[in-house]
Design a protein around this ligand. Structure first.
Ligand code: HEC
Ligand code: HEC
Ligand code: HEC
Ligand code: HEC
Length: 206
């Protein structure tokens, strides 16, 4: 107890008060600056320009530019990060976004620096595996990023063709499948499975 009392008398001395004030104020200010820089970096690294600074030479970008998600009658564009980087309104989504940048993002940079895919052919060979990773990640999030724009509730199923409406109604009730189980290859061609890869057990096709 004596210790607390001692500390208190120490801290309530005017000069100490100022020091403590500066410390707390400085800490708070530093925290705010850190958060702003952090937040800015998180958003800046979402831009399509950054993604295509590495991904421009590959089929993924060309194919995406042919897709409805790049240009459509409605004029709504989904950019790379809208589909590939977690986003949402909750704190959990923010954490997922941060973790994705930390893990998947640094893996991208690592393989870029290591020159894992020196040529377009080398990249094409690796595409199927990358696509399986992407699909597995999207399944693990129950296609959350698709649902940031699309929802069964907002779909006018009368407007959809019969088989789509039937499937959507069923999945809406059962929840046993997620968007990307049926909708792979919407922004890029779904890469073909290379021969002799199936037995490696990289992925079980559903
Ligand atoms: C520094 C270069 C670089 C940048 C910038 C970059 N990527 Fe990549 N990306 C790569 C490389 C290299 C790979 C292959 C990684 C591997 O072999 O695992 C890759 C792989 C991927 C994959 C395949 C799956 C996976 O999990 O690795 C996706 C999806 C992807 N990038 C999306 C993006 C998006 C979206 C952005 C922008 C927000 C982006 N990339 C920015 C170099 C980059
Ligand atoms: C930023 C918003 C946005 C995101 C994210 C998004 N979409 Fe879309 N999507 C659209 C819009 C807008 C259209 C309608 C384009 C048109 O007018 O035809 C569309 C069209 C589609 C279509 C029909 C056209 C086609 O290309 O087959 C499918 C299927 C689809 N989206 C599935 C998905 C899936 C699966 C995901 C997640 C991997 C996803 N979307 C992510 C906005 C989005
Ligand atoms: C059981 C399979 C299945 C699942 C799961 C599924 N869809 Fe579909 N969806 C279809 C089929 C089949 C069509 C019609 C053919 C096509 O466009 O691929 C379709 C069509 C669409 C279209 C185009 C509708 C139109 O008429 O323009 C959109 C957009 C779409 N789906 C989005 C989604 C989204 C978002 C999810 C997840 C919330 C989802 N779908 C889940 C099977 C499915
Ligand atoms: C509408 C959602 C959507 C958008 C927008 C989108 N992707 Fe993808 N991406 C996917 C899906 C789904 C896959 C999984 C494989 C497939 O279905 O084609 C994928 C796969 C990939 C892969 C793995 C290799 C491959 O060929 O499958 C890379 C790399 C990639 N995307 C990069 C990008 C980049 C870079 C952009 C922007 C220029 C982008 N994506 C925009 C949905 C999207």
């Amino acid at each position: 107890m004596g210790l607390i009392k001692k500390l208190w008398t120490l801290l309530s001395r005017p000069s100490q008060k100022i020091a403590l004030g500066l410390l707390l104020g400085g800490g708070f200010f530093g925290g705010v600056v850190f958060f702003l820089v952090f937040h800015f970096t998180m958003n800046a690294t979402n831009s399509m320009d950054i993604c295509i600074s590495c991904h421009e030479m590959e089929g993924v970008y060309e194919e995406y530019k042919e897709s409805k998600h790049y240009s459509s009658a409605s004029g709504v564009r989904a950019t790379c990060s809208d589909c590939h980087v977690p986003s949402g309104k909750t704190f959990g989504d923010y954490i997922s976004k941060f973790l994705a940048k930390l893990t998947i993002g640094s893996k991208d940079i690592y393989h870029h620096l290591m020159g894992t895919y020196p040529t377009r052919e080398a990249f094409d060979k690796g595409r199927w595996h990358l696509a399986q990773d992407v699909l597995a990640y999207m399944r693990s999030r129950d296609s959350k990023e698709c649902r940031n724009c699309h929802s069964f509730e907002a779909m006018d199923m009368e407007e959809q063709d019969k088989s789509a409406a039937r499937k959507h109604k069923r999945v809406m009730e059962s929840g046993d499948k997620t968007c990307v189980d049926c909708h792979a290859g919407i922004a890029h061609k779904e890469p073909a499975e290379p021969e002799g890869q199936a037995e490696k057990g990289q992925s079980e096709k559903k």
